[in-house]
Design a protein around this ligand. Structure first.
Ligand code: 2IT
Length: 448
């Protein structure tokens, strides 16, 4: 398809040394060929693909903050406002030592298609900093968040850009960020950030939403295969907020989570991560120690240092919940050898394109992250609705809406695939469905 390959090539040239961003561009653009073919003249005439791969705005700024010893540190802050064709920019903030422009651009690009899938009016953005929260005190975290907001505030707003959390940014950080925003602007501004605490405008179920939504989406996938979560074993990676929500819902539905992981290695708990062990994950996260060995120290299970779970532990379902590029081609090969039948991607792009291609060609069912984890941002959308209506919905109400949104995403993917007479390929279907809405909105609004 020459329009697509021309755009990929030109994008590569314009974005040297951005492998992560280019990987996403490849993944999305090569999936949408059937839609591009159908409408090529119009898409070309209005440069839709060229516009889609160029973020609306890339903001970078200096953040200087003081540690507990009175020493000053300089970090870099980012906000990539990728596309607002379907609604205000929306997406999380990531605080992690490896954050760079490439990571931010890849996440903002992904977010645009993910948000489109939710069927809520939200455009795509991402932000964050290369600040490393590991080992920092609460006061240091607060001072960093305040310094970060001292610049970010001028770029966001309830109808402009609504940030939220991501890796390294949870309830504590959102509180500090929001407090500083309010101090500077002198206005509640309809909440402006999502993932807020319940006492100041947050939504019930938002902390659980990414993990719950991922499990609801998986249930739809399994239903399609005449299967269910009940009785299945799960390997998860990570131990943060996302893995926590997933472990809760999987356990509630009768599945068993047997692994978690951290930068230090992984744990295997054959009795299942359930009950108080799930609560302990929250303590691990808020301790800022970033160590999964704390789990095996406390509960006495196996700990494997310095290795990844993938391809080393057999389970019915793999659910990566940690970060991008966890599953490489060599892991995919081991996974096929072990006979793991389903990969439900929860973290953003946990597998490389070549790993996904290998898995799919060897019969592994892959559910892509931009559909699977969309429940997080969708529930952020529900928080925005509650803030603007000045009320809060019950737990049951938000959970029912989340469940409904996840089922709709799955149904929309199936309908889209059917409309192109394509087989049950969730990766292609998610990209096609996400793209179609954004492209339509861009075409309708003209060239600006
Ligand atoms: O990757 C994601 O979708 C998020 N980190 C959540 C974004 C949001 O605005 O809730």
């Amino acid at each position: 398809m020459s329009y697509i390959s021309d755009v990929i090539q030109a994008t590569e040239k314009k974005n040297p040394n951005q492998p992560q961003f280019m990987q996403t561009v490849h993944e999305v653009l090569s999936s949408i060929a059937p839609a591009v073919e159908q409408q090529e003249a119009e898409l070309r005439r209005f440069s839709i693909l060229e516009r889609l791969v160029e973020p609306d705005r890339q903001i970078m700024f200096r953040v200087v903050w003081e540690d507990d010893n009175g020493a000053y540190h300089v970090n870099r802050g980012y906000r990539i406002q990728h596309n607002n064709a379907i609604g205000p920019y929306k997406g999380g903030l990531r605080f992690h030592k490896d954050v760079n422009l490439d990571t931010m651009k890849f996440l903002a690009f992904e977010q645009t298609f993910k948000n489109s899938l939710t069927s809520l009016p939200m455009g795509g953005a991402k932000g964050g900093s290369d600040f490393d929260p590991t080992g920092k005190s609460d006061r240091e975290i607060m001072r960093f968040c305040q310094a970060f907001m001292n610049e970010l505030y001028r770029h966001i707003g309830p109808n402009l850009d609504v940030p939220a959390g991501d890796i390294g940014v949870g309830a504590r950080e959102i509180g500090f960020l929001f407090g500083q925003y309010k101090k500077i602007v002198g206005d509640y501004e309809n909440g402006v950030i999502t993932g807020k605490g319940l006492s100041y405008g947050g939504s019930l179920i938002r902390p659980e939403a990414t993990g719950f939504g991922a499990t609801y989406f998986l249930s739809e996938v399994l239903k399609h295969e005449h299967e269910s979560v009940k009785g299945k074993t799960f390997c998860l990676s990570g131990f943060g907020n996302v893995a926590w929500g997933a472990a809760k819902k999987i356990t509630e539905l009768g599945g068993k989570v047997i692994t978690l992981s951290g930068p230090d290695g992984y744990i295997v708990d054959r009795d299942g991560v359930s009950g108080e062990k799930i609560d302990f994950m929250l303590k691990m996260r808020s301790s800022n120690r970033n160590r999964v060995q704390d789990y095996s120290d406390k509960f006495g299970c196996e700990f494997v240092p310095g290795k990844k779970v993938w391809g080393n532990v057999k389970a019915d379902i793999y659910m990566p919940c940690a970060t991008q590029n966890e599953i490489l081609l060599e892991d995919a090969k081991k996974m096929v050898e072990l006979g793991v039948p389903v990969l439900n991607e929860v973290s953003n792009m946990p597998s490389t394109n070549e790993a996904i291609a290998y898995l799919q060609s060897h019969g592994v069912l892959v559910a892509p992250s931009k559909a699977v984890n969309a429940g997080g941002v969708a529930t952020s959308g529900l928080e925005m609705s509650q803030n603007s209506e000045r009320l809060s919905w019950s737990k049951e109400e938000v959970d029912a809406q989340l469940k409904n949104i996840m089922a709709n995403i799955h149904a929309k993917i199936c309908d889209t695939l059917e409309s192109y007479s394509m087989p049950y390929n969730l990766v292609a279907g998610a990209n096609l469905a996400g793209f179609k809405k954004v492209a339509e909105a861009m075409l309708a609004q003209g060239v600006y």
